[in-house]
Design a binder for this molecule. Structure first.
Ligand SMILES: [Zn+2]
Length: 225
């Protein structure tokens, strides 16, 4: 596990040099964005405690197994003291509803936890604004920290080996594209994120990117946009 501070309010937690979760500091404690793969509950809880607060909310960018992997274990420990927020369409997929034609790529493990809040975009979660960014999954959302315009974009972009949109096969990190549901929608979402002109971009896989405009433009143009 490794920790990287991102601005004043966010701590990036990386597990297995593969996948990130984020502790977002709020007045009442932390919002945890994503939970990484399984067996991460203890380390996520301890990291929050070491940073001086409890996890009050768990907000998920999307329903894939490497982002919801430790959700059930966190919920089992935190119980009613934690609120779980998940994109509406991904929550419906997890509930067994058939929401799209054909097979969905990526891993969709069985979850015991049902979300308290289903996100469709436009909501506020403390300092975070929910931005709908469908494509990688049908319900995928991103979270814009309105304090400093850092944006947490889940798997719309990856930054392992350079910034890339997850709509196309990228040799340095092919897994994201393999798990992407609708490549055209994913590219549209990448463009929408660029239009928000974030000051900092953080992703599910790879390190933070400061002043990301040029890197986002290059990634979008390489992606066919
Ligand atoms: Zn994913």
């Amino acid at each position: 596990m490794s920790l990287t501070p991102v601005g004043d309010n966010i701590i990036q937690i990386n597990r297995y040099r593969f996948v990130n979760a984020f502790l977002v500091r709020e007045e009442d404690g932390f919002t945890l964005v994503d939970t990484t793969v399984g067996r991460g509950a203890d380390v996520l809880l301890q990291t929050a405690r070491d940073a001086g607060a409890e996890i009050r909310r768990i907000a998920l960018t999307h329903g894939h197994g490497d982002h919801v992997g430790s959700l059930d274990a966190l919920k089992a420990t935190l119980g009613d003291s934690v609120e779980v927020l998940m994109p509406d369409i991904d929550a419906r997929i997890h509930a067994g509803e058939k929401v799209v034609d054909g097979k969905l790529p990526g891993s969709w493990p069985k979850l015991k936890t049902t979300p308290d809040v289903r996100l469709t975009g436009g909501e506020r979660i403390g300092s975070l604004e929910v931005v709908p960014t469908p494509g990688h999954t049908p319900g995928h959302v991103s979270f814009l920290d309105t304090r400093d315009r850092t944006i947490i974009v889940g798997d719309v972009f990856t930054s392992i080996g350079g910034l890339a949109v997850s709509n196309h096969f990228y040799l340095r990190f092919p897994l994201a594209a393999m798990a992407t549901w609708d490549k055209a929608k994913d590219l549209e979402s990448a463009k929408k994120l660029r239009e928000l002109d974030p000051a900092r971009l953080v992703v599910g896989h790879g390190g933070p990117v400061s002043h990301p405009r040029a890197a986002m433009d290059k990634a979008i143009s390489s992606a066919g946009g």
